[in-house]
Design a protein around this ligand. Structure first.
Ligand code: SF4
Length: 338
């Protein structure tokens, strides 16, 4: 399998994108980039990465930040539990490990929010430890080259692909090898229309030979997505608006939002108890926001703030100050559309 390594790293040297985290061996910067890239594509992730390393150049700087400040910087990436884990892990490394990242794969895996993939990425990129990364790109590339039918979301599939990736990795150059296979999946062996006609691995690609490219990788389960229906009530005047903090253990915990009524089915609300008795002066178009296991269908209803009956638990803030609060992306999207 030396051929595989040589061909893919040669391709990588000629085709790789210049990404800021590729020029560092600092485990903190690599960890930041990996956590951000779990949330978003490379183009958007680059901007977030640069914001984070500029504001918090070291793990100690991140640990010393206020949680709200970290959530604000994270805003737009979704999945705020990851931002909280990021912050908690920075504090743990600073306070318990004297600001030093664990020096190997097994140690890195003990960190909160760091699984096999992230630990392998940091250990190989920062320390040249020969541990293979297995992400969606790696599953696709290996399933096609070896024409593997085992579902990648089965226990057996996970084990088989992890073992195969580990057999293939170069012990001398594990960092380039891992970067190369992921970049190859992102740019060349893409989910639809891979560039087979100009592929240096075509000679060893079994699914090309067998005509099964579009069937690889195989997945056994479909993710169940739950539909939820959110009705946000915007009580406002020229200057002020009312918001609340999400306290429940649910999506967007601790973030801020307008008063909310949730329904179990799709409908336009006519009853706004306990907040007001009057009909809204404006209702938005529906905005749908898709999370990994939930589809949030959202409507915004506008009312004059003088009609708000029940102010319990609500905060009156100026519209200008609203941007200083971490808010769900769907509200951000709505405000941008106004
Ligand atoms: S020949 Fe096509 S399917 Fe096979 S590795 Fe190359 S790009 Fe992927």
């Amino acid at each position: 399998m030396a051929d595989f390594h040589l061909l893919i790293t040669d391709w990588y040297r000629q085709n790789k994108r210049a990404l800021p985290w590729r020029s560092t061996k600092d485990p903190y910067s690599i960890w930041l980039s990996e956590i951000i890239l779990q949330q978003t594509r490379v183009d958007q992730g680059t901007a977030y990465y640069l914001k984070f390393v500029t504001k918090y150049p070291t793990v100690r700087d991140l640990a010393a930040a206020e949680e709200q400040e970290v959530l604000n910087l994270w805003q737009g990436l979704g999945y705020y539990s990851r931002a909280r884990n990021l912050h908690a892990t920075a504090k743990f490394i600073t306070n318990e490990l004297n600001g030093e990242f664990p020096p190997n794969f097994n140690g890195l895996k003990q960190l909160k929010g760091v699984g096999d993939y992230t630990a392998a990425a940091i250990a190989s990129f920062a320390y040249k430890e020969p541990v293979a990364v297995v992400d969606g790109n790696v599953y696709r590339v290996l399933s096609r080259i070896f024409d593997l039918e085992t579902p990648i979301d089965s226990t057996l599939g996970k084990r088989q692909f992890a073992e195969l990736a580990q057999e293939l990795i170069s012990t001398k150059d594990p960092d380039t090898h891992n970067q190369a296979i992921m970049e190859f999946g992102a740019l060349q062996c893409t989910p639809s229309n891979p560039s087979c006609e100009v592929c240096p691995l075509i000679g060893m690609c079994s699914s090309f030979k067998n005509g099964t490219i579009n069937l690889r990788p195989v997945k056994s389960k479909k993710t169940k997505v739950r539909d939820r229906f959110f009705h946000y009530l915007v009580f406002e005047d020229e200057q002020y608006v009312y918001i609340q903090q999400r306290k429940e253990k649910d999506i967007w915990q601790n973030m801020y939002e307008f008063p909310l009524i949730e329904t179990s089915e799709k409908k336009t609300l006519i009853n706004f108890e306990p907040y007001t008795d009057i009909p809204p002066i404006k209702i938005s178009e529906e905005i749908t926001h898709i999370l990994s296991h939930q589809r949030i269908h959202t409507l915004f209803y506008h009312f004059p703030s003088t009609e708000l009956k029940n102010k319990n638990e609500l905060m009156e803030i100026t519209k200008e100050d609203f941007v200083d609060y971490p808010i769900p992306r769907v509200i951000d999207r709505y405000l941008e559309s106004l």
